[in-house]
Design a protein. Structure first.
Length: 534
């Protein structure tokens, strides 16, 4: 029995899907379609129309027509150079935007269709930007506070800083009526991880102040070749965006005050206009996992019956019997489990004995085929994202110690560098409001609350931190008397010294026991003689 699923058919299906994604690209359309879109500036439409007409003229009438004409030789040979007419016939040429190195719609589709890619991206988004944010006093402001000898002035300054922190958070949260600032960043960073590019839209009021911050889907945005802005197409609407802080004129649409864009991309040495997502390094594993998953779906859709070879020796089936057997194996078997096949066979003769056999042509266990292969593909995808298995809920209880070590590595090598880069970009927005505070993301916590409280307590008692600095770590408001270093009472000081002395004594005893246990064999007493009393 032959299954409908084949590797070649599945690959052809993936190629058709890729072509569908290409056709979905709104920039990959002719100028005849694009010029009817809303929002285009009149002079831009006139220039583009003249360009399109010049490229469509017969040869030898204009320079562009000559350049657009194919250069041919003898016997079918000719030039393969890129002509201006080929470049300017679609939206990429007319809007002067750069073609992405990968199809952005296909990359976004991987986020929705691959469970491992989806889980890894969500884990990075939740642990990098989804833990919330806070504002820390900038280093320059902290230096001024520490160098000021007027303690009353310092206290007043800290009160103003606390009020500014509250006002700044309220300002950020009110920049978008639909989403919180954290949710906006989560959607933005999901695009970064799925397609390699993320776009934050910044809208300004009439006075030039920032009044809106939102997310724009990366699949709809393209970067201008001159790096003077970005173009978005959705439906029949074209929008132009400036770079953040840019003041250049709008070269495409009739909007006199275009919004601005903060573009964040995953760096790739192969492209300076767009970023490349991490999943591209494991794209073969992702495709292989999809093929293996489809194989299992088709297998169980066929009632878990393997493919068979039907052999008949010594006789020939009638056309009616052949048709009945073919329809049973192709259609009836899928409709109901445990079906019975009845095929009338001719009787044996003196010279021929009729034999009917159905032999499976697949060996091994068929249930959940490619199990180990799919696990390896999952691991490859997680390695590409640098996300440990424990972060997507795949680790067992026996690997808790290993999971903690992996979480620490994930925090130090993945989350913290990404948070620093994103915070630098967000601080471009914050600095237009104030330079006293800096935007920081909350980091992944690897210690429990009891251990964290003990750490803060030790820092405060040893005057490494002031009480207000400890309260800031906990997200609590400042106190008026919290800027002075904590001074312990005589009894507290005595207890602390006693505890430290006891800890040092216990540490010394452990060190001695360890040195005894690791001593060489020559320095040990014979078995049964006990420890030497030197």
């Amino acid at each position: 029995m032959t299954q409908e699923w084949t590797l070649g058919a599945r690959i052809d299906e993936l190629e058709k899907q890729d072509n569908a994604f290409s056709n979905q690209d709104p920039f990959n359309k002719s100028w005849e379609d694009l010029k009817a879109y809303n929002g285009l500036e009149t002079n831009f439409k006139r220039r583009s129309t003249r360009m399109a007409k010049a490229l469509a003229m017969p040869p030898n009438e204009t320079y562009f027509a000559n350049a657009n004409a194919k250069k041919t030789g003898s016997n079918g040979a000719g030039s393969k150079e890129i002509n201006p007419g080929e470049v300017y016939r679609n939206g990429y040429g007319m809007f002067d935007v750069i073609t992405p190195p990968w199809n952005l719609y296909e990359l976004a589709n991987y986020y929705d269709t691959s469970f491992a890619n989806h889980a890894a991206i969500d884990a990075k988004v939740e642990n990098i930007v989804g833990l919330g944010y806070d504002f820390a006093v900038s280093k320059s402001t902290m230096l001024r506070l520490e160098s000021n000898e007027d303690q009353e002035a310092v206290k007043r300054a800290r009160n103003r800083i606390e009020r500014t922190r509250i006002e700044l958070r309220s300002w950020l949260e009110n920049l978008n009526d639909s989403d919180s600032f954290t949710h906006t960043l989560m959607k933005f960073y999901t695009d970064v991880q799925a397609t390699g590019n993320g776009y934050l839209e910044i809208g300004r009021t009439i006075n030039g102040e920032i009044g809106y911050v939102g997310h724009i889907p990366s699949t709809t945005m393209r970067v201008r070749r001159l790096r003077d802005g970005y173009v978005q197409i959705i439906g029949n609407k074209v929008v132009y965006f400036r770079n953040f802080g840019g003041t250049n004129q709008n070269p495409i649409t009739d909007d006199p005050r275009p919004n601005e864009i903060l573009h964040y991309k995953e760096y790739s040495p192969l492209n300076t206009f767009y970023g490349i997502p991490d999943i591209m390094s494991a794209i073969s594993s992702l495709h292989g996992d999809q093929l293996a998953s489809q194989y299992n779906i088709d297998y169980f859709g066929n009632k878990a019956v393997p493919r068979y070879v039907v052999t008949l020796k010594g006789a020939k089936l009638s056309p009616d019997a052949e048709d009945k057997m073919f329809r049973f194996l192709q259609t009836s078997l899928k409709g109901q489990s445990h079906r019975t096949l009845y095929i009338p066979l001719p009787g044996d003769t003196e010279n021929n004995k009729v034999e009917f056999n159905m032999q499976p042509i697949e060996n091994g266990v068929q249930e959940a085929s490619f199990n180990e292969y799919r696990i390896r593909n999952r691991d490859d995808i997680l390695v590409a994202h640098q996300v440990p298995l424990s972060k997507i809920g795949g680790a067992d209880s026996s690997a808790i110690a290993a999971a903690l070590a992996q979480d620490r590595t994930f925090k130090e090598q993945v989350a913290r560098p990404a948070q620093a880069n994103l915070a630098k970009m967000i601080n471009k927005i914050v600095k237009e409001k104030t330079d006293i505070l800096e935007f920081n993301f909350n980091e992944l916590t690897l210690t429990d609350e009891i251990s964290q409280s003990q750490i803060l307590e030790r820092y405060v008692k040893t005057q490494v931190m002031t009480p207000n600095e400890a309260r800031q770590e906990l997200g609590l408001p400042q106190r008026q008397d919290g800027d002075d270093p904590f001074v312990m009472s005589p009894r507290q000081l005595t207890d602390t010294r006693a505890n430290l002395a006891g800890n040092r004594q216990r540490d010394a005893e452990r060190a001695n026991e360890q040195s005894d246990s690791t001593a060489t064999t020559d320095g040990r007493n014979a078995q049964g003689e006990g420890r030497s009393s030197e």
